[in-house]
Design a protein around this ligand. Sequence first.
Ligand code: XIL
Length: 351
Amino acid sequence: MKPFVLIVLSIGLVFCTGMTGQTGGVRPTPAALRMYADLRHLYIGAAVNTQALRLVPQYKETLSREFNMVVPENVMKWETIHPARDTYRFDEGDQLIAFAQANQMKVRGHTLVWHQQLPAWLTTGTFTRDELLDILHQHINTVVGHYKGQILAWDVVNEAIGDDGGMRASIWSRIIGPDFIDYAFRWAHEADPGALLFYNDYGGEGLGTKSNAIYELVKGMKDRGIPIDGVGLQMHIGIGSRLNPASVTANIKRIGDLGLQVHITEMDVKIQDGSGTQDQRLTAQADVYREITDVCLNAHPCTALLTWGFTDQYTWIPGFTHKADAPLLFDKSYTPKPAYHALMGRLVGDF
Ligand code: XIL
């Protein structure tokens, strides 16, 4: 680390912890992830459950204290934002943007083209290729246009590659063909030329069949002059199947060599697939968060690290796996877990 950064971080730490216990006029300022992320020019973010944001004061306080970036967990997906062919609902997304702006946070937009959480009018309709292209164009133009200037980065296309490395079968690939991806990026760029445009996927974090396919996809897009700025690595992982940090680093580097950024977009670390006591699992989870934080801090060009939620009170994992879990940085009562301290330790650096 550069000496200057070290000094600033040291002063920050002394300032934050030094006030603790004082009485009288000065209120203690708890250290928070975003203070150190700011100093490192890293976005540290979380996916937001907008209902919890509205209803649970502690949720709102923790989110605004700790993070400098948010992404809506669900409310900008088709089924919510475009529930009928001629109806758009922006209210919940607008509320999140207002919250982010009031708290000096950046916003990622998620997601414009995906095969899940689509409205019934779309999945049960029968459309020709031209009609579906028209619908997609109108959707992207309307949604990206509505949020123009307010979204730092959009996940334009989500999960278009299958686990075998081939193009995933979806309404988009079947009816339009693989070039739905190029169209989507061009239209998003037209609607907001200032937004960074990302391809986002899971299971392509380290080197392998899927990440090779993602690499070839985005390389082809760059070669064709398609406006793409980055790749999102979702990072839904677990303590039972650890990623090799060197392999993730190598993957991020080759994406960087194409002139693209990387965001870690949806990190959570399941403990249900590990072994040992709960404490041992939480320690192993902290090790994984530490490892991935190190990868992102050291591998150019990883510019954002987001978790998919932040409190174990609100996580999609138990609903998805049908097993209890605790994959995030804060426990259900908003107490920082070992994983939080591991991540914070790496952001602060060595003293
Ligand atoms: C998940 C949400 O967290 C759930 O609330 C919802 O029921 C399903 O979608 N990859 C993605 C996210 O890109 O949009 C998904 O979010 C999790 C997997």
